[in-house]
Design a protein around this ligand. Sequence first.
Ligand code: GAP
Length: 454
Amino acid sequence: MATDNAAESTTTYVADFMNKLVSLCKRRGIIFQSSEIYGGFNGFWDYGPNGAPLRRSVERAWWKYMVEDRDNVVGLDSTIICAPMVWKASGHVDQFSDQMTDCKDCKKRWRVDQLPVPGECPACGSHNLTEPRDFNLMMKTYVGPVFDEEHKAYLRAETCQPIFVDFNTIRVATRQKLPFGIAQTGKAFRNEINPRNFTFRSREFMQMEMEFFCEDEGSLDWFDYWMKQRWEFYTKVLRIPENKLRWHWHEKLAHYAKKAVDIEFEFPFGWDEVEGIHHRGTWDMSQHAKFSGEEAACSVFNPDTKESRFPTVVETSCGLDRICLMLLCNAYEEDTAATQKADKDEDIRVVLHLPARIAPVQAAVLPLSKKLEAPTRELQKALRAADIRTEYDDTGSIGKRYRRQDEIGTPFCVTYDFETENDNAVTVRERDSMQQERIAIAELPGYLLGRIHA
Ligand code: GAP
């Protein structure tokens, strides 16, 4: 009984937390349902004025960390639709499927591996479920004027396949030698049976993947190396606390793989995957060699051994939308301590403690009075020139404006007041500590940049 109560209160807490986060994201233009005026479209999400810069800056941080700051990883931006044979070779056309079942009573559809109680409908409790059947997750379209089997094509289900296909062109163009990596970020599409947990499982989402090509002999060392690098990305660059992350090793491995591990985050709805690090062996390169007949484009000649071999691949693969969801869940706080007044529930300060580097707005510029608009706009110009994402706001009291900025995670609010004309300084209020400091205008861009990139 006690366990039942505990389980029930956890379920309520999760639903409550997620409802609040989803509602904040909509209210503040961060993330909301696609096609909302048509009732929404399940599994598709739009990033609004405060979500687009968040997603872009996380992608930018990943690209810098994985590509720009390294000599041995180069970038690619391939098409979403590739020759259909690519997906035949990769195994997606024949094997990329989940098992689904339908409840004959309430007509809901489920992924068999996600049923909490096997053989029981989670919605109505019925045991009247259809036999499990395979459901291919590839999204299909047609290329050309005729809509028939021959013209069928697929939207990519993962961003890595074009990397394998373009491997040789990129290797020759960049004069890279093994070991080296190719990275790509972009949209991927999966016809998920049951999209759920806000953006966690979507049908259109962004992946950020890096395929590292090496000799098979050293591949396990590279696997360990990339595990360390990826952990560092989450803890040092995105500032996710170590105790909210963990490793989850795969027990069932594909025959060609030597190791596979996920990085999981403790979401409100439980520990779940944000990234996979996979040893893919020579599977992809040998499959593309077989299906394309271009063996030389899929292998590397070793001048010492005078031998051509398929390179072994170690992959790091994460979902950008999942990372944004992780950041939002981690950042969300209802701060009562700072503002508590007796019997005043409405005084809760909702704040997103996002790292300054990825916050949608990094500095809000606020004139104390509308009369100060012109010089405040000048100040905003100077911050923009220093590559700081800013927002100008002159509506409502300063307190209300602070609250609005807290809700979208703005780390610094800069107030231009009547004293500024005399002392050439402004008040900088920090989101997390709510401390205020007077900073000379001439020093402001440097001061903020130092804090943002600390
Ligand atoms: N190339 C390997 C690959 O695609 P995966 O485990 O299927 O591996 C990698 O996907 C990452 O992509 C996951 O860790 C997750 O972050 C993200 N991802 C996968 N399916 C997703 C979905 N339906 N919605 C959002 N993100 C997804």
